[in-house]
Design a protein around this ligand. Sequence first.
Ligand code: CLR
Length: 445
Amino acid sequence: MYPQDYNIWSVLKNCIGKELSKITMPVVFNEPLSFLQRLTEYMEYAHLLRLASQQPNPISRMQYVIGFAVSALASNWERLGKPFNPLLGETFELEREEFRIICEQVSHHPPISAFHAEHEDDWTFHGSIHPKLKYWGKTVEIQPKGTVTVEFPKLNEAYTWSNVQCCVHNIIVGKLWMEQCGNMEIINHSTGHRAHLTFKTAGSNNKDLHRVEGYICDEDKQKLFFIYGKWTEFIKCTEYVNYEEYCKECSQKSKKEEPRSKSPNDSPCHASKKVLQKLNSLKVSPFKSISVQGSVDDVNLPEASDVPRSDSTYSMDIPNSITIWQVKPRPLHSGDYYQFTEFAMSLNEMEQDMEKYLCPTDSRLRPDIRKLEQGDMDGAASEKTRLEEKQRCANKYRKSKKEMSGHQNGSNMISTLSLNRKTGFILENTGLDNIKIIQTFSEIF
Ligand code: CLR
């Protein structure tokens, strides 16, 4: 199996209307990470939460929480490989200077991943994500359902928000690309402050590509700060009056300049286009070679549309703004390796002495992911099939056990099967205090 022999459409055209999480995709579309690891990427800029917790007033705390919420999405830029679906009970844990996190797959159908992260007694960050994929022909829409919460225990403060939806374009023809769009509302439940952020769609001329804009308001809906930036690059903020002033100046200027403008050279993104074109051509993506073959005969092909280019030189710069968050550049060879960030590249690493304390359910121990990481596509594919088969068996067994106990006792005895968290054993209560060990927790791989 080689990427050039496949295109996503050749798989998906048979799946219109199906729940996408149930479709098994060939491993060539995967990236060597589990979805639990992909969620852990939310934590790359966790220092922003520590900074937030150190701020004396709720508005500057909100600014850093916004920075964190947006920065959490940055690693998704250009990442079009599908992470592996976690197996039920799979875990991933990571400890770094600024945080520690534990994630667990708590449901398989629908797929739900839960996580809890913290740093000393500064903050906690927890929640669950249930990615719902909707397939609309040319695009796949992914709604990451679930609410996430940040708490500052010393301040008795809690913030919540939900992530915006993610659209993957050019499923049928052309090169895949992704944008995040929709509204995000971050609520400080203790003070009533709110942040309203809009993740914009690329829009005409792609002038709003990846752009995020919004404001912070108090409990009386008074707008206090203006927030702007791109989820792929930076987030800045300024007092709302500065923004209003800036808008006034802009409209006056454009009135004066109107007769002169409209030549293509005036487009603010013009200068960067060539540079970006060059950069893009240098990047070797494993997905570049996924091109449409002659097999899409039974559909009406739309025009092949290109991946919109980012216009990074065109960024609004409002006087008296501060930068809350700035993205780290991707490593040099990111394009040769699934567009990973440096942080993503570190997630499969076995750190020193890790094998001694790691849970046997940890994503790092998944043989299919490991094989893909080593470039063994066929090995990865057969391991993936084996694990999926094994999981189906385990599910069937669990289900039949539950049904049986329900019949025998006239009640649905959930306690019949229980998982001992400490030992990782699945225990079966066969009645009369007779407890039998069925399967070890470690056997999910
Ligand atoms: C985006 C950020 C959200 C959480 C989230 C949920 C599902 C992820 C999505 C993120 C990024 C894109 C994603 C998706 C699942 C599948 C999809 C990884 C992390 C990839 C690009 C697969 C595309 C394959 C289709 C074209 C079939 O907060």
